[in-house]
Design a binder for this molecule. Sequence first.
Ligand code: PLP
Length: 452
Amino acid sequence: MSEQSKFLLSEKQIPSAWVNIIPHLKEPLELPVHPQTHKPLQAADLAPIFPMSLIEQEFSPQPEIDIPGEVLDIYKLWRPTPLCRARRLEKALDTPAHIYYKYEGTSPAGSHKPNTAVAQAYYNKKAGIKRLSTETGAGQWGSALALSCRMFGMDCTVYMVKVSYEQKPYRRMMMNAWGAEVFASPSNLTESGRRVLAEHPDSPGSLGIAISEAVEDAALHGDTNYSLGSVLNHVCLHQTVIGLEAKQQMALAGEEPDVVIGCFGGGTNYAGISIPYIMDNIEKGSKVRCMAVEPAACPTLTKGVFAYDFGDIAKLTPMLKMYTLGHDFVPPGIHAGGLRYPGASPLMSHLLKHGWAEARSVMQLPVFEAALQFARTEGILPAPESSHAIRAAIDEALEAKEEGKPRVILFNLSGHGHFDLASYDAYMTGKLSDYEYPSEEVARSMETLPKV
Ligand SMILES: *Cc1c(COP(=O)(O)O)cnc(C)c1O
């Protein structure tokens, strides 16, 4: 009999509730602060752009939040996602370690992002909202929200960073196919966009600018809300379906992970795979290592400081206590667009700060080397973002080999790389290089942090 490599659940085993780690925290979570008054943020401050249900989830003391039936019905299009043991990769590495991965690339948009996009569209629809606005960089979040709005019969407006709009047309076409309208940002549709264009007509755009445009659009239109694909507590909450399924599947495999790994942009796919394990560490004294992996070119967790900072360049967003490289940090053009955010989830930052999580950074070239090794053994062509987790998983397996000891490794494969072939091509033709963000630069942008 061949050895089992794939651990599948039935539709009935999709979790019926998301789990909320906030009530389990030993140290109180630092609250967001109003950008002008510097006072703790009130629910009413967020009401112009978010529905009350999501604002409540953002600060909820409930240990569990039921997943609404209509959301579950859409999850069923691709959930439960598979958990696989990477036997061919283990063999290629000649390691005694067991490597498992949870594959979120089976969603229609190709990443974990629809787990929260579907939920956010649902709660907005229930609140009577007709249209959602958002920003997107490389296009993964925009396509997840375009899909989700379509499922609930809502309109969707996406402000896409202009360089990506021009360089990555396929994600835009995918959003259009699902009926979203997509504008290159900066656009002349918003005051924020027009202000940038007046000064820099050739601006390539940035996530910070696109966020300002999407928030302004939502704030000015009563039937429109804003939706964010990462960083916030309610986004981490919705992603916990990943880890809850993975725990059931690891039980089917008859193993407990020693280390759980996720790549880290704003922190939410990592939150999804790790939170159920971190909760066991807090409540039951388990000792599962939970590791976030970020690019050395955007080393928020490993070189940033834990401080209050704004989420955008225009300083319109609330100040969040998080690991940050400074709100005016412009990340270099590495090929994992989804990991180029200079801030981090306050929740995951808090867990790291208090020793419930660990973080490391990896260079771009070894990441692509790991991505190809994975594609050539396991067959799946991973997203460059997800490949950061693969690099760390392989390094853990090689360390186990050196020690001559078994180790059980679980990582989240957050998405596929079918729209990232140009970066693979650049790597394979020797056009990529390594870049580590210098500590002196980090120190300089720290001087711009707000005094709170
Ligand atoms: C957006 C994205 C990420 C980074 O976002 P997180 O909030 O850190 O999860 C990682 N992987 C993929 C495939 C993405 O699309």
